[in-house]
Design a binder for this molecule. Structure first.
Ligand code: ATP
Ligand code: MG
Ligand code: ZN
Length: 365
């Protein structure tokens, strides 16, 4: 079966999520016939660089673009949708990084496009080119023929030489906010007739960490496991994540220094067959998340949590003293290293909680 992320590759600029700062600019350029010859797309993996490059390649050649997007129906769009079409050339710089590879491009760009207006070269992972290859590319970028457009894409823009940077119009693809990912997942699941609960959507979107491709491939494996009926319980166990609720509850008990409550909660988690080592790791992450929520402006830009969950993190963070959060983070991340060596995760976890509460070192093991 075709994977979800392939099936739902956006075909127009409007279908691209979370990158409006880029898609709107490109749409305007096409509508005003003000197209550049060298673009640089940067940003984390799975955020839309290749997809936008391909949409753009069709849009500049489309015979009746709609709102700056390709119509996907005209002769030219149809031609360019074929993987084998010679007018859109995709080159993976990771495996074609020599000066000869780039020279070949320079030879080819002399030829005019066939049946369309522009030839588009998409060079993926462009930071992998060798220095001589960069120099060869630079020559072409300096005087690109009228009918050629270059789109360079990279996840590691800091590895590009300044000479290349200064010749390209640069667009930075952002991590996609979790709320936008939730909406996207909903659309996909509804179309696929997959049932789900709201909590699972939030968990999957959070696990995707801002990458649309990662979010969809996580969704794929969970849907396969759940045979089309996604539940929060299955999602949590597949992702090996700790429930937001459980973490909030645990920290409430820490804040109130309820030693009995903490020990029973640990007992409950173990009896339910959950992985205590995962839980221990998630505690230090939660302490860090609370510290960010408490200390940073626009903290959800960093945390990228669903709105309602973020509101509860923030409320919890505000109820804590900053110095306590710092101590929890230190104590629990220290314990993370010991997890590998300990004979009893449970005992280590319990001792660590007591250390965190007392604020002084209690002997471990
Ligand atoms: N902004 C987005 N809007 C909608 N879907 C997206 C977006 N970004 C990625 N996707 C989904 O992820 C898949 C892969 O995206 P794409 O190849 O464009 O990512 P990329 O940024 O080029 O990643 P890489 O850095 O790994 O090359 C697409 O087929 C699509 O399903
Ligand atoms: Mg790509
Ligand atoms: Zn068209």
């Amino acid at each position: 079966m075709e994977s979800l992320y392939r099936k739902y590759r956006p075909r127009t600029f409007d279908e691209v999520i979370g990158q409006e700062h880029i898609t709107h600019t490109l749409q305007n350029q096409i509508q005003n016939n003000h197209i550049g010859h060298a673009y640089l797309f940067t940003g984390t993996r799975g955020t839309g660089k290749t997809s936008v490059a391909k949409i753009f390649a069709r849009a500049v050649n489309c015979l009746s673009p709609k709102n700056g997007s390709p119509c996907n129906e005209c002769e030219s769009c149809k031609l360019l949708q074929k993987e084998s079409d010679i007018n859109v050339i995709e080159m993976d710089a990771a495996s074609n990084n020599t000066v000869d590879d780039v020279r070949e491009i320079r030879e080819k760009v002399k030829f005019t496009p066939v049946g369309v207006k522009y030839k588009v070269y998409i060079i993926d992972e462009v930071h992998m080119l060798s220095t001589p290859a960069f120099n060869a590319l630079l020559k072409t970028l300096e005087e690109p023929p009228e009918h050629i457009i270059f789109i360079l894409a990279t996840t590691e823009v800091h590895k590009l030489p300044q000479t290349i940077l200064s010749r390209c119009v640069r667009f930075d693809f952002h991590l996609v906010p979790v709320n936008t990912l939730v909406k996207h997942l909903k659309m996909v699941f509804d179309k696929e007739n997959i049932s789900y609960d709201e909590e699972s959507l939030k968990l999957i979107a959070t696990a995707g960490e801002g990458s649309v491709r990662d979010t969809l491939s996580i969704a794929d494996s969970i849907a396969a496991y759940c045979q089309g009926k996604i539940t929060k319980e299955d999602t949590l166990s597949i992702l090996g994540m700790t429930d937001f609720e459980l973490m909030l509850d645990f920290f409430e008990k820490l804040r109130e220094k309820e030693i009995g409550g903490i020990l029973s909660l640990i007992d409950k988690i173990e009896k339910e067959g959950k992985n205590l080592a995962v839980f221990a790791k998630d505690i230090s992450k939660h302490a860090r998340d609370l510290l960010i929520a408490k200390s940073c402006d626009d903290s959800n830009e960093i945390l990228n949590l669903p709105d309602d969950i973020y509101a509860r993190y923030k409320a919890q963070a505000d109820a804590f003293d900053q110095k306590d959060l710092i101590r929890y983070m230190q104590v629990f991340s220290g314990a993370e290293n010991e997890l590998r060596y300990t004979l009893s995760v449970r005992l280590l976890l319990e001792t660590t909680c007591l250390t965190a509460l007392s604020g002084e070192d209690v002997k471990k093991n």
